[in-house]
Design a protein around this ligand. Structure first.
Ligand SMILES: [Zn+2]
Length: 422
């Protein structure tokens, strides 16, 4: 059966999408818009609101053991593999109103439009809000999609605290999960026929090209490490420069060296490197820093370039510490692999854009997403829409309603095409 896209895209309702994202944006820490960190009170309230919207949309709502919120639209072959679409509604501190949110609300709107048009899919369609995608928990995020993909177990949760100093296990349970049996949320290869995620680009490429839709070709991997440098805390006036072992001066060299590594012409197309977190001790204006801790990360869409950047970073830390007489430790915490989006999924997304008459371009995702975690158990595809000036993870993050609507059109049609082809 051929389903004309106009039959259901006509039911995608821009005003309803706008009401949804505005309502969701109101669930924020009042003093710090737009902050809805995983496990916080605004997050829990937003989850309840979203579950209601899913029920209003006629979806069967459940929370899995990992506390992922799932709304299910039954299909004709209801006991078979599911089509899945979603993302996350948690934010970083002073983050935005669209990162992740567009993917969840867009999938919800797609489910509504398909039903209102009387389209019955063969596969069940599951709309998922994955728990804690943003790095609220060091080394464990994205949490919900990792658990679903089988990469974390109940044992991994033991002793982990949320930033609110609540045990992670209790926090998962408070959202309706079952922290002692998170393995029950695990899905195997074959359970998900395909997963699609609509997301803002979080970079400037689409906006600069004036193109409304991006079909993602690959998702960059993020590898981050925890580094300590130990020197000697001393009086900042009385200790002469040759006698110093300044841990912060060593860390500063590493920060600049990482920028150089990622600027290397061999790597620059696909690789970035950042130090975004640092603590120094004793952190007094008149004392030479004796101990510094920081996290450095490298990201790339290319596995070989990622390895090169990682080993060069490691060499720089060793060389700098040795030359400056510092002790160092370096521990890799997150070690992801880049994901290549299967050609079949890219083709379906391209076909959807072409049929809908929407200009598109194919580009890699330099940020990571829940889709990257699910890629180990399911074919995944991603759609991007532009965001203003490429800004994300800041309160000014902005996506135009027209682009969100075009993204939902593409997502809905791609789901229909996948449903018929899988
Ligand atoms: Zn996101």
């Amino acid at each position: 059966m051929t389903i004309a896209p106009e039959s259901f895209t006509a039911h995608v309702d821009p005003a309803r999408i706008q009401r949804d994202w505005e309502a969701l944006a109101a669930f924020t820490a009042p003093e710090l818009p737009y902050t809805r960190k995983a496990f916080s009170i605004p997050y829990k309230e937003a989850r309840e609101w979203l579950a209601e919207r899913m029920r209003d949309a006629g979806l069967q709502v459940r929370v899995d053991a990992a506390s992922n919120l799932i709304g299910r639209l039954p299909g004709e072959r209801d006991d078979g593999p599911v089509l899945m679409a979603g993302s996350h509604i948690d934010t970083v501190e002073a983050g935005g109103r669209f990162d992740g949110i567009v993917g969840v609300l867009g999938a919800l709107e797609a489910a509504r439009a398909l039903q209102e048009a009387g389209v019955v899919l063969l596969h069940p369609l599951e709309i998922v809000d994955f728990t804690c995608e943003e790095p609220t928990l060091t080394g464990m995020t994205p949490l919900g999609s990792r658990i679903m993909a089988g990469a974390l177990t109940s044992n991994d949760l033991i002793g982990v605290l949320t930033p609110l100093d609540e045990s992670l296990a209790d926090a998962i349970n408070a959202l309706g999960g079952d922290s002692a049996h998170v393995e029950q949320a695990r899905l195997a290869a074959g359970d998900i026929a395909a997963y699609l995620e609509l997301h803002i680009e979080q970079g400037p490429v689409l906006e600069r090209a004036n193109v409304p839709i991006g079909v993602v070709t690959a998702i960059a991997a993020r590898c981050s490490c925890f580094i300590t440098l130990d020197g000697q805390a001393d009086h900042a006036g009385a200790t002469l420069i040759p006698d110093r072992r300044d841990a912060l001066a060593g860390a500063a060299e590493v920060v600049l060296a990482l920028e150089q590594i990622a600027s290397d012409s061999e790597l620059i197309e696909e690789t970035v490197g950042t130090v975004g977190w640092m603590r120094l001790f004793p952190n007094m204006v008149n004392i030479i820093p004796g101990h510094v801790e920081f996290r450095a990360e490298v990201r790339s869409t290319d596995a070989r370039m990622l390895e090169t950047a990682k080993s060069r970073l490691q060499a720089v830390v060793e060389e700098t510490a040795t030359r400056r007489g510092l002790q160092f430790t370096l521990q890799w915490e997150d070690m992801e692999q880049p994901v290549t989006i299967p050609d079949r999924l890219q083709s379906i997304l391209v076909q959807a854009c072409q049929t809908l008459g929407l200009p598109f371009m194919q580009l890699p995702s330099r940020a990571t997403h829940d889709a990257a975690r699910l890629a180990s158990i399911a074919p995944v595809g991603m759609l991007f829409i532009p965001c203003k000036e490429g800004k994300s993870h800041v309160p000014e993050e902005w996506a135009e309603l027209d682009h969100i609507v075009q993204g939902v059109h593409t997502l809905s049609y791609a789901l229909v095409l996948l449903d018929q082809s899988l």
